[in-house]
Design a protein around this ligand. Structure first.
Ligand SMILES: CC(C)(COP(=O)(O)OP(=O)(O)OC[C@H]1O[C@@H](n2cnc3c(N)ncnc32)[C@H](O)[C@@H]1OP(=O)(O)O)[C@@H](O)C(=O)NCCC(=O)NCCS
Length: 223
């Protein structure tokens, strides 16, 4: 992107859209439309049109300069990989993938951050962390030194990843969970709210509790 877009659309019209808008607009990026796939969804904002799905967006955008528009995919867990897919579709329409980084978050300059990153209030990303595309580090969550997050990860509010943790594609570390150092969380795994992870979590596995134990294996709740 050469010039940062001053107008953006949000894909996803629920709570995440409200949080993302509250980050973008004080930074001078106006939200001009919200898109959602749910026909009966109540509009999240009185002053912004709600469009139905990609078709609704395509028809709205045909009357505009898509190249001047940015986007954020405002869809929370467990849909991290859907964020990546939608980001591909919106990029193909000519829109620019934006990040939404709250000014109170602390992102170390040595961290490598992928496109479409969302860091909510108080989020922390420590030195030499590597964060993939379309990841969310939610309110007061922390990602410590040298953690590696693949694409489409969600780190929930107040969750803690100690140093050198590896998180696979589309995995979700839910609110207040803690992952001890150097562990691996597999692709599309879920760590339940408040859990303490002391051992590797396999792909497609949900763990809960202190210490965390397996609740479901291979339940493909993340499409
Ligand atoms: C892990 C989670 C996804 C599991 O959801 P689920 O598969 O629908 O599980 P259920 O609600 O059916 O619960 C199944 C069992 O696990 C237990 N359980 C569920 N989540 C738990 C958790 N986080 N910690 C401890 N036990 C948990 C339930 O009490 C239930 O136990 P029981 O069978 O003895 O009654 C969910 O409970 C969770 O933690 N969600 C995180 C929410 C969150 O952080 N939201 C923030 C969004 S930004």
């Amino acid at each position: 992107m050469t010039a940062r877009a001053r107008e953006a659309i949000l894909y996803g019209g629920t709570g995440q859209a409200k949080v993302v808008r509250a980050i973008l607009e004080p930074q001078g990026i106006r939200v001009v439309a919200v898109v959602d796939d749910t026909a009966e969804l109540a509009p999240p904002f009185d002053d912004v049109p709600l469009l139905l799905g990609l078709d609704g967006l395509r028809s709205w955008i045909s009357r505009r300069d898509a190249g001047a528009l940015g986007f954020c995919v405002a869809i929370g867990p467990p849909h991290g990989l859907i964020r990546v897919k939608i980001a591909d579709e919106l990029t193909a329409l000519g829109l620019t993938e934006l990040s939404a980084v709250h000014p109170s978050s602390v992102i170390d300059p040595s961290a490598r951050i992928g496109r479409g990153f969302q860091a909510m209030a108080g989020a922390i990303v420590q030195p030499h962390a590597v964060i993939g595309r379309q990841c969310i580090v939610n309110t007061r969550a922390s990602v410590d030194h040298e953690c590696v997050l693949a694409d489409g990860c969600d780190i929930g509010p107040a969750a803690t990843l100690c140093g050198e943790v590896t998180v696979g594609r589309g995995a979700w570390i839910a609110a207040g969970a803690t992952v001890l150092p150097r562990l691996t969380i597999g692709e599309r795994a879920v760590v339940g709210a408040g859990s303490l992870v002391r051992a590797r979590v396999e792909a497609h596995t949900t763990v809960v509790g202190v210490p965390a134990s397996v609740l479901h294996r291979d339940r493909r709740l993340l499409k």
